[in-house]
Design a protein around this ligand. Structure first.
Ligand code: DAH
Length: 339
């Protein structure tokens, strides 16, 4: 009897199963009512009394050992199915490659996120526009060169239908349809009749900002833009505002940031100046407020507009604008780790 127990113990220690079915077969063979171990329990009756204690102990140990081994193997199978072993059996054997977000979308989303943290909401307008929303409402004089075919894609002249040349057109849309306070951010695609080269394209992207309320000042504008520059390019970023001209703002300014490549010391990228231009801005011209039906004696506001390609170039040093629209995956895949 003792020999038989020892032999079975060896077999139990060598238990192995390739799958749940094999494991169940082992359990039946050894532990079921008519299994090997249960049979030994039946034979136990014939063991001489003086050996009963010792043999009984061995027999119990054998049974426990067999049960433990079966449980152990069962758990291992279950873990494997749950993927705890690093193997996920539910995974596809033919994984689908994940796409990546376009760099312009990544940067546009970042700009929107930054301004949404100070209360700006997104507003959108059509890419196919009319002269009034793109030019007249924004105080462009009738003879302004932007109204020329050479700069603007006209679809028809009568009635005037054209592709917007800037997202400032969304300003006129929002101001004519909403009451102040207005605090909007308008991202979108714009079109200009430019020869395509590494530094110019016939379409590109802008983000426009507009804030109209009582007592809005140039200091508010500067503060909002400083906050944006630091969030976008890092806490150490400095800004400077240079006087400029836009028909729809008075006063107008262009904003530079300290060159994010050399930290302002001067390098080939900033042409040794330590500064790079990133946007246009200003206080909304009272003529624009009035044209859009907002009382300029009660309300004032600021506006700014920036090119998404420009900001993306500053962040990622893309040297050729055409890469943004060629859809070459070797280019696009480089933005995998960005969000
Ligand atoms: N619309 C201008 C452009 O396309 C950018 C711009 C400048 C927008 C100044 C503004 C602004 O709102 O205040 O070049």
């Amino acid at each position: 009897m003792k020999e038989r127990i020892e032999q079975l113990l060896e077999e139990v220690n060598a238990f192995a199963a390739k799958n749940i079915e094999e494991l169940e077969a082992l359990r039946i063979k050894y532990l079921s009512k008519k299994g090997e171990i249960s049979n030994l329990f039946n034979d136990f009756r014939s063991v001489p009394n003086e050996q009963k204690r010792e043999v009984g102990q061995l027999l119990n140990d054998l049974k426990n050992k067999a049960q433990d081994r079966i449980n152990e193997l069962k758990e291992a199978f279950e873990d494997m199915l749950d993927g705890k072993d690093g193997i996920d059996l539910t995974r596809s054997s033919d994984p689908v490659a994940l796409g990546t977000r376009h760099p312009l979308s990544i940067v546009k989303n970042e700009i929107v996120n930054i301004f949404s943290r100070i209360g700006f909401v997104v507003a959108e307008g059509p890419e196919i526009e009319d002269d009034w929303h793109v030019f007249s409402a924004l105080n462009f004089p009738p003879e302004h060169p932007a109204r020329d075919m050479q700069d603007t894609f006209f679809i028809t002249r009568e009635p005037d239908v054209l592709l917007r040349t800037h997202t400032s057109s969304v300003q006129s849309r929002v101001m004519t349809s909403q009451e102040p306070p207005i605090r909007v951010l308008c991202p979108g695609r714009v079109y200009r009749n430019e020869a395509i080269s590494y530094r110019a394209h016939c379409f590109f992207h802008q983000v426009e900002g507009l804030y109209i309320d009582k007592n809005v000042s140039f200091a508010d504008l500067r503060q909002a833009l400083l906050y944006f520059a630091k969030e976008m390019f890092g806490e150490d970023t400095k800004i400077r505002l240079r006087p400029s001209y836009f028909p729809f703002t008075e006063p107008s300014a262009e904003m530079d940031i300290s060159c994010n490549l050399c930290g302002g010391k001067g390098c080939p990228f900033c042409k040794g100046t330590g500064w790079v231009e990133i946007l246009g801005c200003g206080m909304v011209d009272p003529n624009v407020l009035e044209a859009c039906g907002i009382d300029s004696k009660v309300y004032s506001g600021y506006a700014f507009g920036m090119g998404v390609e420009r900001i993306t170039n500053l962040k990622y040093q893309v040297k050729d604008l055409r890469m943004f629209s060629e859809n070459d995956v070797r280019f696009l895949e480089q933005f995998k780790s960005a969000h």
